[in-house]
Design a binder for this molecule. Structure first.
Ligand SMILES: NC(=O)c1ccc[n+]([C@@H]2O[C@H](COP(=O)([O-])OP(=O)(O)OC[C@H]3O[C@@H](n4cnc5c(N)ncnc54)[C@H](OP(=O)(O)O)[C@@H]3O)[C@@H](O)[C@H]2O)c1
Length: 260
């Protein structure tokens, strides 16, 4: 059922740092073509150099994923160059409430949804039909454990990741019979530029290389949901299972470590 142990062409958005850069290096080997995008071309080139040293062929492109036309024409060009076996919609940003609990502005919320939801779906949607036609391909959407249950410290981010999680779960059922695999990736805290912006404590944080290996193994097994690390996955899953009022009570009594 669309299980790809060794994808030959992997496209990753947001590959200039953090999890995306670590994933690019995890997939880099002889015979693999990597198509990588992000805005920062200098960082992207460094990632490409490291991947080429491992034997991969690498195509990099400086794209702001909120430019949907540029994003989609790049994705389709890359698929035309060599059929994409695995697409990972990884580019994303975060947003938190203010230090004194100030709500997120509409402008910031809109910008976040634009990258985390619109651009993520715009990355993968052009590839669904070609993959279905080929009866081969794998789609991965990077969500978050924050998708399981809304948290007061980061409402818009939780909403964006819940949207991506629901979309990926739905798409998996739609295309499974046609040999296309879909996985939703739900990391907990991973050390990166993004997680450094998070103002609270970061329990069970792992590094980006560790996250990339967990994701690579999960995708090779065509796992529907690749959620980690285990203790935080269990905790957030339980929160979502509890009656909402009990989950509210628990969350209200968790200190995020902010000055408030
Ligand atoms: N780190 C965590 O704890 C954590 C936990 C759960 C989920 N995640 C998710 O994992 C994904 C990767 O996050 P990360 O931790 O690796 O963050 P990161 O280190 O900040 O990397 C984010 C990547 O996205 C790219 N990006 C951001 N905005 C972009 C834009 N407008 N156009 C093109 N590329 C853009 C960045 O590249 P440029 O700046 O060069 O454009 C960078 O390559 C995100 O979807 C995030 O929500 C992270």
């Amino acid at each position: 059922m669309g299980r790809l142990i060794n994808p030959r062409h992997v496209l990753i958005t947001g590959a200039s740092g953090g999890i995306g850069a670590a994933l690019a290096q995890a997939y880099a080997r002889d015979g693999v073509l990597l198509s990588l995008c992000a805005r920062n071309l200098v960082n992207l080139q460094q990632v490409a150099n490291a991947c080429e040293r491992k034997g991969a062929r690498v195509n990099i492109n400086s794209i702001d994923v909120t430019d949907i036309d540029a994003l989609q024409s790049w994705v389709l060009d890359r698929d035309a160059a060599e059929p994409i076996d695995l697409v990972i919609a990884n580019a994303g940003k975060t947003l938190n409430v203010g230090p004194n609990g100030e709500e997120e502005s509409w402008a910031d919320t809109k910008a976040l949804l634009s990258i985390n939801v619109d651009s993520a779906l715009a990355t993968i949607i052009p590839l669904i039909a070609p993959m279905r036609q080929r009866r081969r391909g794998q789609i991965a959407l990077v969500s978050s454990l924050a998708a399981y249950r809304g948290m007061a410290i980061t409402p818009a981010y939780c909403a964006s990741k819940a949207a991506v999680k629901a979309y990926g779960e739905a798409l998996r059922g739609l295309v499974a019979a046609e040999g296309v695999a879909v996985s939703v990736i739900c990391p907990g805290f991973v050390d990166s530029d993004m997680s450094r912006e998070f103002p609270g404590r970061k329990p069970f944080m792992i590094n980006a290389d560790q996250a990339a290996m967990i994701i690579l193994k999960g995708l090779a097994r065509n796992r529907p949901r690749i959620a980690f690390p285990f203790p935080l996955n269990l905790g957030t899953w339980l929160l979502a299972m509890l009656p909402a009022s009990l989950a509210d009570f628990i969350l209200q009594h968790i200190s995020y470590g902010r000055s408030r």
